[in-house]
Design a protein. Structure first.
Length: 262
């Protein structure tokens, strides 16, 4: 004898699962490389987009992976998820476009068909490892402090830094936006001739200019800052301005760290 309501519960779970996979139309278009999200919104408002044969002009419209989307009568290609590891040079903006015309990370990945976006950001003058992807769900989790994804920076400052100053970084620094989480700090070297110290700082938070502000607090402003590691990923084999695709194993490991398979 069949239990009443079991079929309804199954259908409800299927509906919830489908709803979780829906994305805003402009986001899907942007990820497919049509244009920036803002430009995609203009295209939608202009009545140039159809979803499953119906013209859509509502910006809140959400679509699933099986939706057939056309723009000016041409079908939108299925989005291929891309995962890049980029060695960002200094004096490059971690944005897709800069109103002042400065070089951006989008310029460094201009040859790609899919439009990828930076995961978090690096300051204009900070160089080093930057992840870029069009997998919005993974990017959001990797930048959320609750997942404790470590980021390691190589810091160069003038002068010899006393160990008690580095201990402040290890304990947590009281910044204007609150106390930082304890950092892992490892001394690399001191150049007596140039009077410069180099040490590594590992944090999992992503506050604006955090490492620079932490070093300002202890009285040793950053002279040079380079992100050398994110989680288990390093810059090995890359020169400034170069990037590579992550392997399937690397992507899977990042997804596991970010709880994407929970």
């Amino acid at each position: 004898m069949k239990r009443p309501g079991k079929k309804k519960q199954k259908l409800r779970r299927m509906t919830i699962d489908m709803e979780e996979k829906l994305e805003r139309l402009q986001k899907v278009m942007a990820a497919a490389g049509v244009a920036s999200r803002r430009e995609c919104e203009k295209i939608i408002l202009a009545g140039r987009v159809k979803v499953n044969g119906r013209t859509v002009t509502e910006l809140g419209t959400k679509v699933g992976s099986r939706a057939f989307i056309t723009i000016d009568g041409k079908g939108l290609r299925p989005t291929r998820l891309r995962y890049l590891l980029l060695y960002k040079p200094a004096a490059v903006m971690t944005t897709m476009k800069d109103p002042r015309g400065r070089r951006t990370v989008a310029d460094l990945t201009a040859g790609m068909k899919e439009r990828v976006y930076p995961v978090g950001r690096l300051d204009f003058m900070t160089e080093g490892l930057l992840l870029m992807t069009n997998d919005g769900a993974l990017a959001q989790r990797l930048t959320h402090p609750s997942y404790h994804v470590n980021k390691t920076y190589e810091v160069t400052v003038n002068g010899r830094v006393p160990e008690e100053k580095l201990d402040i970084l290890r304990l947590g620094v009281p910044l204007e936006d609150g106390l930082t989480a304890p950092a892992m700090v490892e001394t690399r070297s001191y150049d007596a001739e140039k009077d410069r110290s180099i040490f590594d700082v590992t944090i999992h938070e992503g506050r604006n200019r955090q490492v620079r502000r932490m070093c300002d607090f202890i009285g040793f402003p950053v002279r040079r800052l380079k992100r050398i590691r994110v989680a288990f990923l390093t810059l090995e084999g890359l020169k400034k301005g170069e990037f590579r695709e992550l392997t399937d194993a690397e992507v899977k490991r990042l997804q596991e760290m970010a709880g994407c398979h929970e």
